[in-house]
Design a protein around this ligand. Structure first.
Ligand code: ADP
Ligand code: MG
Length: 315
């Protein structure tokens, strides 16, 4: 039985989500209204996913919801923000109630896990796409940005690298993983845990940060270009997950942690005089943080092995 747009929003999106006290007007009004805590700045991020480009028609709706939300939250984490609210623009060719049930349920569940509330959106007909706005806040002046890395800064990676890249190799049959490891790798690719605690631990200490969802090398190059500096990375320092250590050779060696997706990691730069402080803060919080290289004056990214040979460079 077809349902109206009003019924669709009522049934799938208006209820069952997290309820925050700082939301004065949520789903149901023409616009939402929220309260930003005093002495905080609002950080806004937009993530869009389009069928046929970012996901396939037959992909699990739970994976799609999880993936889009994780990207949004990770982008807020890279700005050292605490995520608070979401708005969703959803476009679909027809009303598929099973798809909507899974999608909305997953979105509500994962949002609630991170204390985030869906406060509004729009629902339209057309080729399937999902646009998610994430809103978060950060104490005045403590937002970490992309373009403030300077020569001499230390480069760090949060979390470990390789698992999501192994999942991609497994899905394209380029590598065979035992069932439990395959599941674990797929989980890291499709259900990544956004590095929110790591993001907050950067406040007041990091000079720049970027999400590593499309790879640590890509994240670092983004920082370097925006900041007009270069860097040297010691690839053997890259923090491999235990699974990627096991399958290292089969999985393409250092290309895996360097270029593979790392949706739960951030690439971070820190002034060298802040080294002890940032390492202590992450250590006290039980969060992995690994030094991998140094920002320098010469443009481009150079990746070197222990014996000094250049492994990869992005000019
Ligand atoms: P409008 O007429 O202003 O476009 P709608 O009828 O589209 O309003 O939406 C009614 C309410 O439902 C609004 O509060 C809107 O923010 C919310 N809403 C619409 N679509 C979604 C969605 N996909 N997810 C969350 N909230 C939605
Ligand atoms: Mg509308």
């Amino acid at each position: 039985m077809p349902i109206s747009e009003f019924e669709l929003i009522e049934h799938y999106f208006a209820h069952g989500g997290n309820q925050r006290r700082d939301v004065a007007l949520g789903i149901g009004d023409d616009a939402a209204m929220t309260n930003i805590p005093p002495d905080h700045e609002l950080i806004i991020e937009l993530t869009r996913a389009v069928e046929g480009i970012d996901f396939d028609a037959l992909d699990d709706a739970a994976d799609i919801a999880h993936g889009v939300l994780a990207r949004t939250l990770t982008a807020l984490a890279a700005r050292a923000a605490e995520p608070a609210w979401l708005t969703l623009a959803l476009t679909m060719p027809e009303i598929d109630q099973d798809w909507l049930q899974t999608f909305s349920q997953t979105l509500h569940t994962v949002a609630a896990q991170h204390g985030v509330q869906l406060i509004g959106g729009d629902t339209t007909r057309g080729p399937r796409s999902i646009t998610l706005h994430g809103h978060g806040f950060v104490p005045n002046g403590q937002c970490v940005v992309l373009d403030r890395a300077v020569s001499g800064d230390l480069i760090y990676v949060t979390g470990t690298l390789g698992d999501a890249g192994l999942a991609i190799l497994a899905l394209s049959d380029e590598i065979r993983l035992p069932r439990a490891e395959r599941e674990q790798a797929l989980q890291c690719l499709h259900r990544p845990v956004p590095p929110l605690a790591a993001g907050i631990a950067l406040r007041g200490l990091a000079s720049s940060a970027a999400p590593a969802g499309t790879g640590i090398s890509t994240a670092l190059v983004e920082i370097l270009r925006a900041s007009d500096v270069g860097a040297t990375v010691h690839v053997e320092r890259l923090p491999l997950s235990s699974m990627s250590r096991t399958h290292f050779d089969q999985a393409g060696g250092w290309s895996l942690p360097l270029h593979g997706p790392a949706p739960s990691s951030l690439c971070v730069t820190v002034q060298d005089r802040r080294q002890a402080e940032i390492e202590r803060r992450f250590n006290d919080a039980g969060l992995p943080l690994t030094w991998v290289g140094t920002v320098d004056q010469r443009a481009g990214l150079r990746c070197v092995l222990g014996d000094g040979t250049e492994f990869y460079s992005d000019p």
